[in-house]
Design a protein around this ligand. Structure first.
Ligand code: PEP
Ligand code: MN
Length: 338
């Protein structure tokens, strides 16, 4: 970290700052300039806040040299992290994982039926929302705990691991007991209490990108989970809000190579929420695989027109099966399998 001090800073202020940084275990190198004095801090600066340092009236500028995250940082962990989700390995250089299922669990029969269909198509895991974050309080809010129990039944009938979204910390025990991969939704990406709470569990976490989150915000959210003790975090890009109206969100594919460079965690793509349109799911999925994604999470419904949520962005099973076939071809081209 490079801190520029005003030249007229009183010596006692300079000494005080110097001592403060040294007390934090940092090495402080001073460069005396004509107009400014510069502190070069060497060591772990991830616990320092740029803005807190700027609060000092004698500080002119603060510039970070290294990223503010440590546990998620590839620099300190060069190997890819491979996250085990109920026996399915996510990340690394080989298999690309496919997750399919309805936006919401509607009843036990529905999730078991669609679960079997996505398995037949070649999916590795089943998704299904039991607690639903809906824009309108009048929209279907999910079946709650019963929905999780229905997901458990779908797992027993198919043998596939299950993914579902937790919306509040008070329900975490239900997820630890029943779910293989705990999803943090876009709207909760910066719910720091919830992030800390899933940091304490021994289940992997699927961390969706907040709809207005920068990549650094998102990595910092992963850092929260890891700092609380859970190293098993998977990033999921689900589109960000832009001025564009032809798609529900704007799918940001560049996150794949960027996250892979900056972090060691797996990255998967959700083209359903990213586009909002079932017709765009296949091309965006293929593009994601070509760009290096470790997996896809796709909404699948056998009667999208009757779905209780997100039918317009759900693929019918036959289209999902076709997508997986094409995904195999693209995966092969980048040296991976589906
Ligand atoms: C979902 O996966 O059903 C969902 C609500 O996703 P997001 O949090 O990305 O909107
Ligand atoms: Mn949905």
């Amino acid at each position: 970290m490079i801190i520029t001090l005003k030249k007229n800073a009183p010596q006692e202020e300079v000494d005080h700052l110097y001592d403060e940084f040294e007390a934090k275990g940092l090495q402080v190198n001073i460069i005396q300039g004509e107009r400014f004095n510069v502190f070069g801090l060497v060591g772990d600066t991830s616990t320092l806040s740029d803005r807190d340092i700027l609060a000092n009236e004698w500080v002119e500028n603060v510039q970070r040299v290294s990223a503010p995250y440590k546990l998620a940082n590839r620099m300190f962990h060069p190997e890819d992290t491979i996250v085990d989700v109920g026996g399915i390995k996510v990340g690394g250089k080989e298999k690309i994982v496919i997750i399919g299922g309805p936006c919401s669990v509607e009843n036990r029969e529905q999730i078991c039926r669609i679960g079997k269909e996505v398995k037949e198509c070649g999916a590795d895991m089943i998704r299904g929302g039991a607690y639903k974050p809906r824009t309108s309080p009048y929209a279907f809010q999910g079946l709650g705990y019963q929905g999780l129990l229905d997901m458990v039944e779908a797992r027993s009938e198919t043998g596939l691991p299950i993914v579902s979204e937790v919306m509040s910390a008070d329900k975490i025990d239900e997820f630890v007991e029943n779910v293989d991969l705990v999803q943090i939704g876009a709207r909760n990406m910066q719910n720091f209490d919830l992030l800390k709470a899933v940091g304490h569990i021994n289940k992997p976490v699927l961390l969706k990108r907040g709809m207005s989150a920068t990549i650094e915000d998102w990595i910092m959210s992963a850092e929260y989970i890891m700092a609380a003790g859970n190293p098993n975090v998977i990033f999921c890009e689900r589109g960000i809000r832009t001025f564009e109206k032809y798609t529900r969100n704007t799918m940001d594919l560049a996150v794949i190579p960027i996250l892979k460079e900056k972090t060691h965690l797996p990255v998967i793509i959700d083209p359903s929420h990213a586009t909002g349109d079932w017709k765009l799911i296949e091309p965006m999925s293929l593009a994601a695989i070509a760009a290096g994604a470790d997996g896809l999470i796709i909404e699948v419904h056998d009667q999208p027109e009757r779905a209780w949520s997100d039918g317009a962005q759900s693929l019918k099973p036959e289209k999902f099966a076709e997508l997986i076939k094409k995904a195999r071809v693209v995966a092969k081209a980048v040296g991976r399998d589906v």
